[in-house]
Design a binder for this molecule. Structure first.
Ligand SMILES: Cc1cc2nc3c(=O)[nH]c(=O)nc-3n(C[C@H](O)[C@H](O)[C@H](O)COP(=O)(O)OP(=O)(O)OC[C@H]3O[C@@H](n4cnc5c(N)ncnc54)[C@H](O)[C@@H]3O)c2cc1C
Length: 436
């Protein structure tokens, strides 16, 4: 055993980080405030409680979430091991019995000799010892204050109001034109609508089912940007004077200003992902795909992320974090989980895995790892820490984050398999991921 590592937060990320560090001979103190102090979403004292769905998503190598799981298994992920043991039938997805899952993680962490669990809220970020902060989307307010004064108040967000993101390759360019308003370049992709198309879209938007949300989310909703469906409910033309305004845009197909325009903005440097400008929304996920595919050019769009509006504490990682998950200004402080701007159970656990490995390396005087961007985990971490992505909008893992293959493959399934094969070939060359 060597120097103590403090890990704050015993959720998906904190547990995986603790396991990885302890397995590398680091003595770990894992601080979890529940059950003494609960969050608004957790309901038990178990570590790694799943607060909503019981699915860790696809387990197929044709899906980026499946690839990420395979990469984590190579590093003997605790979350993956326990998930396998309490798997429930869910087709190609890895879904778990939530109680057995959280109880299984809790038992494994309790039984790990290198980890001591301390059931207490941490109120201040320690400044003089190696620490991983993994307190999640519902970080306790006192610790959030400490993080604000540590990292800069302007770099900590409490609310996630994000628009959907689509892949560039899934768009119909017969309907879309490139242009910025008033002829100032061609940075945006524009989806023009005539009156009939607008009215059809508008009616569908009003009728679409909304997500009920939690009480603590409803309170915050109007502090952030307004959801597109709430704006639409104010009147039939509100959107045409707001995010769908056509002014300054001429459709080359008609040589006229369209009746309305949905603009898509580049979401990554490679230009493989685009977000729907102004489309933060609280619609149910199924309803979003149905309604947004009525937008000309988006008929067959692949949504790598749907719109969300919920309470979420996260930092502006592009400004604050290195791709090793260390704070740029304080290399002994690592961050992991949803707090870094990754989104989802799986992504949070995966970032915890890297933080645990890297904190152990740091304590042993070794260089922390930067994973190649051809791997799912490397691409995700590079996305959230790439300075040009500031201010950050949280992100799920998806194939649009990985650099394209050298040769073009038309079939999406084949292409995804080839991306996975390239990623796994890269990951096995990394010693820390050569466990299985
Ligand atoms: C309402 C809600 C629903 C969600 N639904 C889904 C879903 O269906 N699917 C999905 O993939 N993701 C969902 N998410 C996102 C989900 O929270 C994350 O994916 C995942 O739990 C994040 O893992 P984490 O380890 O970063 O945080 P968490 O799992 O939340 O773990 C953080 C831990 O830190 C503890 N903690 C907080 N502050 C302190 C402190 N000061 N001192 C000590 N301990 C502290 C908390 O008690 C908690 O146990 C949801 C989030 C919310 C808020």
């Amino acid at each position: 055993m060597t120097v103590k590592l403090q890990i704050i937060g015993g959720g998906l990320a904190g547990c995986e980080a603790a396991w990885q560090a302890a397995r590398r001979g680091i003595e770990v103190e894992l601080w979890e405030m529940r059950p003494g102090k609960m969050t608004p979403a957790h309901s038990t004292g178990y570590l790694a409680e799943l607060v909503c769905s019981n699915s860790l998503r696809s387990d197929s190598l044709e899906n980026a979430a499946g690839l990420l799981k395979h990469e984590m298994r190579r590093a003997n992920s605790l979350i993956m091991q326990v998930a396998e043991r309490c798997r429930v039938p869910a087709g190609r997805a890895l879904a778990v019995d939530r109680e057995e899952f959280a109880a299984g993680i809790t038992a494994a962490i309790e039984a790990e000799p290198g980890i001591r669990i301390i059931r207490e809220e941490v109120q201040e970020i320690p400044r003089s010892r190696p620490v991983i902060i993994a307190t999640g989307p519902l970080t306790s307010p006192t610790l959030a204050n400490s993080l604000q004064s540590f990292a800069g108040a302007q770099y900590l967000y409490f609310y996630d109001a994000a628009a959907p993101i689509v892949t560039a390759e899934s768009l119909n360019y017969d309907r879309i034109f490139k242009a910025s308003r008033y002829g100032h370049g061609d940075d945006y992709l524009n989806c023009p609508m005539n009156k009939e198309e607008y009215e059809r879209f508008y009616q569908a938007l009003l009728a679409a089912e909304r997500h009920p949300g939690h009480e603590f989310e409803k309170e915050a909703i109007f502090e952030a940007c307004m959801p597109i469906e709430v704006m639409a409910a104010r009147g039939p033309d509100t959107l045409r004077f707001g995010p769908l305004r056509p002014v300054g845009l001429i459709d080359p197909a008609t040589d006229k200003e369209p009746y309305a325009v949905v603009q898509l903005r580049r979401d990554n440097l490679a230009g493989t992902l685009y977000n729907l400008v102004g489309f933060q929304t609280n619609l149910r996920w199924g309803a979003q795909e149905q309604v947004f595919r009525l937008i000309p050019g988006l008929e067959h769009a692949e949504f790598v992320r749907l719109g969300v509006m919920h309470r979420n504490t996260y930092i502006d990682s592009p400004r604050l974090l290195r791709p090793t998950l260390q704070l740029r200004t304080h290399p002994q402080v690592f961050l992991a989980g949803q707090l870094t701007g990754v989104e989802g159970y799986l992504e949070s656990a995966a970032s915890g895995l890297l933080a645990g490995i890297n904190a152990a390396r740091y304590i042993k005087g070794k260089q922390p790892l930067v994973l190649p961007s051809t791997t799912a985990l490397g691409a995700l971490i590079q996305y959230i820490t790439e300075p040009s992505h500031a201010p950050l909008q949280p992100m799920h893992v998806n194939f649009g984050l990985l650099p394209p293959l050298e040769q073009k493959i038309k079939s999406r399934r084949e292409r995804n398999r080839a991306l996975s094969a390239r990623a796994l070939a890269a990951i096995v060359t990394i010693e820390e991921f050569s466990g299985n």
